[in-house]
Design a protein around this ligand. Sequence first.
Ligand code: SF4
Length: 277
Amino acid sequence: MNVWNIVDSSLVNEDREYQENRKAKDSWWPSEALGCRRRAYYDLTIGRDQGKAMDILGLYRTKAGNVLHSWFFAAVANSGAFDWVEEEWAFRTPVDGLEMPVSGRQDVRGQLKGSSTVTVIDLKTSFGQNIRNIRQAGWRAIHPHYLGQMLCYLAFGSADEVILAFLGRDDQYRCQFTLTLDDDGRVVVDGNRSRVSVESVVGRWQDAEKALQEKNAPERDFRAAIRDGEIVRFFQRQGKKFASDWQCRYCPYNEHCWADDLAKYRSGVNQEAFNDV
Ligand code: SF4
């Protein structure tokens, strides 16, 4: 008996079942605020059915993250720190200027004892350079993608503040930031104004909705490095490194999106795609 074959199959089957039961996309999700407009376009047109399934390493990575999240949120929700607390709170909010509402789910939200505000708790786990950057540069190293997600909880998910916690999976580094929205709709992190705003998030979604009406795939927001017909983490040329954005590496549509370059650079690298960098 090979136990890993059994576990691999169980993960693959679980993912297949999840994908089969997903309903068609009919709202914007916090996780795609500041995401790739073209990916959103593909979600709404060719659909995830035609995207690639996640590979086995990705499934393990996701499972490990989910297990950590469940444990973390149970510990927070059962801590007794709240006057009231809710888990898995779902929202669906119409937004001026957008065809589709914004919908999402907050893992834990509640009123901390003695507080009059609604606080959402969110966790991000990471490792390697990502978590070292947070350790060294603090709030400035928080990826805008995460700030966009938290902005949706604040602007469209009726939260007054978000406590965003980070955990290093390799070094167990732990820290947290408190996020609010200012009067201009900008995310403020521990008193510091970030560049992420309601305007920037809604504007991107408006672009994607316009592209959909015009049936025209938007420009790519991210880039894939291609070597010998494959999307790779990076390649080097003339002492310079050309790296794929992680958004492209993990995008289920990457082969569809980059089909022309994958064919063109069956041998060689797509350095030209980086010309304007
Ligand atoms: S492959 Fe990259 S550019 Fe293309 S849709 Fe996906 S994230 Fe966007």
